[in-house]
Design a protein around this ligand. Structure first.
Ligand SMILES: [Zn+2]
Length: 81
């Protein structure tokens, strides 16, 4: 275990994950929102439009879309990596 900088709020914390405990609950909420979005709507073709539709920031979206479970969606999007 090492100190990491939270990718969401920038605070330092001790954990194996990429975000602190405070933010991981927010992350989980937004990830389930995103999961719903992909299940129920015709997904937008850009991260910007998904951000507008879901209210999730582009920065966070890019992070979630790196997850394995969203890879089939993210491969269709124009993501600057
Ligand atoms: Zn945080």
């Amino acid at each position: 275990m090492e100190f990491k900088k939270c990718e969401r709020c920038g605070c330092f914390f001790l954990s194996e994950s990429n975000v602190c405990e405070n933010c991981s609950s927010k992350d989980n909420l937004e990830i389930s929102k995103l999961r719903n979005y992909f299940e129920n709507e015709v997904p937008a073709t850009s991260v910007d439009s998904i951000s507008i539709d879901t209210g999730i920031t582009v920065k966070n979206l890019n992070r979630y879309l790196e997850n394995e479970e969203f890879s089939k969606f993210s491969s269709k999007l124009n993501i600057n990596t």
